[in-house]
Design a protein around this ligand. Structure first.
Ligand SMILES: NC(=O)c1ccc[n+]([C@@H]2O[C@H](COP(=O)([O-])OP(=O)(O)OC[C@H]3O[C@@H](n4cnc5c(N)ncnc54)[C@H](OP(=O)(O)O)[C@@H]3O)[C@@H](O)[C@H]2O)c1
Length: 361
């Protein structure tokens, strides 16, 4: 199979480095162009990340010698070199919105890790196992942008990936309300302990904007396409508190849930075990074989033990039990820079290729 040529915009950052790592030996994708700010442009990738390579594995050989391009000045050039780009940049929201539209209008599909377009109503925000049908909005978006190939697709915020996938197979019981507290790793802020020593032996009870995202984004994922727009679901009601904890990778969620038609614990566990999404049906390269893993041990899931499950793409769950105020409570865990960021975007790109939304130029 001819590989898809891939560009990474923001390749020097925390999420960008993860993308670069995931492109190494990818069966469908070949890293062809990398771009970042003018501070990095013109350097080789190895030089540009010399003092800030944060991955546990070495810089992939194929990336080391690539010359970093300027993400803003070289849009047309990059669009001409690749079949699509991943985008993960740290810029102002309006600037990211404009940049991603420039790539799309240059007929280069954008698979984005950024939040800037998550609420654009013709941009699909996709967790591939949950709402692959939202890709059907893309023809409407192309019409608005005046493009043939170009479009923007985004993944959701990392925090929701530790509880929304767990709730999804239970939607048939009519979920009324959800209370969730998330315990989020420092890599979610693009940091390591070396670069954020204040987080050692500490907890910060505030992550700007995160609670609103955690409450609202699942509703877009569970929304429906109506008249060329994705209209968000009006239930369940979700309330969230999000805390930063001294964990390198892995977001944990403690969730409480009430149903209209309360299932038994056995039914819930059976639904989790049986759940398969479109990525599993299609056998996409990054899809976990078992999406939701339930642990019977009372002290699981644990970030250090379980975050890497199935390449960091599976969701771990444990401690399902009745609650005194809600019907049930459980604890979920997902890897925030794999499933929650770059890995989730790579899976989305695989889905877009498999379903024919991205082709070879
Ligand atoms: N970390 C996570 O787990 C996570 C999860 C979900 C979503 N996100 C989102 O992903 C995005 C990137 O996050 P990150 O943690 O990877 O950030 P980061 O480590 O700070 O990296 C930022 C990247 O953006 C580039 N950049 C900055 N200013 C630029 C400009 N003016 N023009 C072009 N490129 C520019 C940087 O290039 P230089 O190296 O040249 O400065 C770098 O490649 C953000 O939108 C973030 O909200 C992150």
């Amino acid at each position: 199979m001819e590989k898809f040529k891939v560009g990474i915009i923001g390749a020097t950052g925390m999420v960008g480095q993860r993308f670069v790592t995931l492109m190494e030996n990818h069966p469908w994708f070949e890293l062809t162009a990398i771009a970042a700010s003018p501070r990095s442009a013109g350097k080789t990738y190895e030089q540009a990340v010399a003092n800030r390579w944060a991955m546990k594995t070495p810089i992939p050989q194929q990336a080391k010698g690539l010359v970093v391009m300027d993400a803003q000045a070289d849009v047309e050039k990059i669009a001409g070199m690749v079949d699509f780009v991943f985008c993960a940049v740290d810029m102002k929201k309006e600037e990211i919105r404009a940049l991603e539209e420039r790539y799309a209008k240059a007929e280069c599909p954008v698979v984005s890790n950024n939040s800037a377009h998550r609420w654009t109503d013709d941009v699909p925000m996709v967790v591939p196992e949950l709402n692959p049908q939202h890709l059907e909005i893309i023809p409407y978006q192309r019409k608005r942008l005046g493009t043939k190939r170009g479009f923007i697709a985004v993944k959701s915020n990392c925090s929701i990936q530790s509880y929304a996938p767990v709730l999804h197979p239970l939607m048939k019981y009519g979920i009324e309300k959800v209370l969730v507290c998330t315990y989020q790793a420092i890599s979610g802020a693009g940091k390591t302990f070396e670069r954020w020593p204040e987080m050692v032996d500490n907890l910060i009870p505030y992550i700007g904007g995160e609670e609103e995202k955690s409450e609202q984004e699942p509703l877009k994922v569970w929304g429906t396409i109506q008249g060329g727009k994705i209209v968000k679901a009006d239930s369940p009601a979700i309330t969230a508190q999000c805390l930063r904890v001294p964990v390198s990778d892995g977001h944990t969620a403690a969730a409480f849930v009430t149903f209209r038609n309360k299932p038994t614990q056995e039914q819930i566990k059976a639904d989790w075990a049986a759940f398969k999404g479109r990525p599993q049906e299609l056998g996409l390269p990054s899809a976990p074989k078992q999406f939701i893993h339930y642990f019977e041990e009372p002290d699981r899931p644990q970030a250090r033990l379980d975050r890497e499950l199935e390449g960091g793409m599976a969701i771990s769950v444990g401690r399902l039990r009745p609650d005194t105020q809600y019907d049930y409570k459980f604890v979920g865990l997902s890897h925030n820079t794999l499933r929650g960021a770059a890995g989730g975007a790579v899976l989305l790109a695989e889905l877009l290729c498999a379903e024919g939304y991205i082709d070879h130029r």
